[in-house]
Design a protein around this ligand. Structure first.
Ligand SMILES: [Zn+2]
Length: 105
């Protein structure tokens, strides 16, 4: 499987507290356009998901920009989230959450 077909990242404490998964800007084209609803399958259950964004100034007031994310409930810091495209239409995605080894014992 090519890297381009998968979006994977480890959950940070910020993401745990906010209940979302951040999308790195260069991987944004992997997901549907911001504000467009799509299907996300997790453990056989289908949910609606959507790419959202918030304004951020983490690079200083001279460099305002946006951060992109989609919401996922129950994430814990250290979990690994993997998203795969499920169909060629690009409207359905598979979400897999691997718990941090220390938490799954
Ligand atoms: Zn920022």
């Amino acid at each position: 499987m090519r890297m381009k077909d998968v979006y994977s990242k480890r959950i940070t404490s910020e993401e745990e507290q906010s209940g979302y998964v951040l999308i790195l800007k260069d991987r944004l084209p992997f997901f549907p356009m911001q504000g467009r609803r799509f299907q996300m399958l997790q453990n056989g259950r289908s949910r609606r998901a959507m790419v959202e964004s918030y304004a951020c100034s983490c690079r200083g007031p001279q460099l305002p920009h946006s951060h992109y994310f989609f919401r996922v409930k129950g994430l814990k810091s250290g979990d690994r989230v993997t998203v795969r495209k499920d169909s060629k239409t690009g409207t359905r995605y598979l979400l897999q959450v691997q718990n941090h080894p220390r938490r799954s014992v």
